[in-house]
Design a protein around this ligand. Structure first.
Ligand SMILES: Nc1ncnc2c1ncn2[C@@H]1O[C@H](COP(=O)(O)OP(=O)(O)OP(=O)(O)O)[C@@H](O)[C@H]1O
Ligand SMILES: [Mg+2]
Length: 213
């Protein structure tokens, strides 16, 4: 469903060049749950950002089914992101001036899709908080909203960058359960340092020396 083909990416900072990914290849089957492990700075976030079009490869190709993402214009990548992708961040990144329900509503509006805001908020246990602003919620609650927001428009691909990294054990387990309850056919890639997340995944991929093993 998601395929990285010999993807390379380096970053340059002044005179220092860091080759983060070196011809890294990976194939994620439709509906699978893959945990992406690797030491800090190994390139996990970089890989997710490349799949989301938040950053661009130096060489290699990324496909989502038959669509070559790396060939998309910025405009078309934005449309892909809005319609096909859900992204969950370590620090929640909810829209602060929108209520919980509006955070989901905006995603639906941008995607042009219909979706069930009430059903999704009930699923994450936060329908009663639909009128609240994000800064009035706990970290665990904010991340549950972020999960609901990532799923509400029915994306085919969900990318999560350390979604439990800022949560205690219990809240982390809740978020993990919610991700596992995604609809069939939704492909999930989670960058994580958590053993619990790795244990729950169908497959574990490690970033080692810029390669995916
Ligand atoms: N925009 C950037 N400019 C320069 N260097 C960058 C940039 N983004 C990432 N890097 C470097 O690329 C390497 C990989 O970073 P990345 O964020 O992908 O690691 P990570 O595996 O997600 O680490 P962590 O587990 O700490 O989140 C790091 O050395 C980082 O400093
Ligand atoms: Mg990271």
């Amino acid at each position: 469903m998601l395929r990285f083909e010999r993807v390379s990416k380096k970053f340059t900072e002044g005179a220092v060049e860091r080759q983060v990914l070196r011809e890294a290849s990976l194939e994620l089957p439709t509906g699978s749950f893959t945990a992406l492990l690797g030491r800090s700075g190994s390139g996990k976030s970089t890989l997710l950002n490349l799949a989301a079009g938040l950053d661009r490869v130096d060489s290699g190709r990324v496909f989502c089914d038959e669509v070559e993402l790396t060939a998309l214009s910025d405009h078309d990548f934005t449309l892909f992101r809005r319609r096909q992708l859900g992204f969950i961040f370590q620090f929640f990144h909810l829209f602060p001036t929108l209520t919980v329900a509006e955070n989901l509503g905006l995603v639906l509006e941008l995607s042009g899709r219909s979706g069930d805001v009430e059903g999704m908020l009930r699923r994450v246990g936060l329908w009663e908080r639909r009128e609240s602003y994000p800064d009035k919620l706990s970290g665990g609650e904010q991340q549950r909203v972020a999960v609901a927001r990532a799923l509400v428009h029915g994306p085919r691909l969900v990318l999560a960058d350390e979604p439990t990294g800022n949560l205690d054990q219990e809240n982390g387990a809740t978020v993990l359960d919610l991700l596992r309850l995604r609809d069939a056919g939704v492909t999930l890639l989670v960058a994580t340092h958590s053993q619990e997340v790795a244990d729950a995944a169908d497959r574990v991929v490690r970033v080692v020396d810029g390669q995916l093993v």
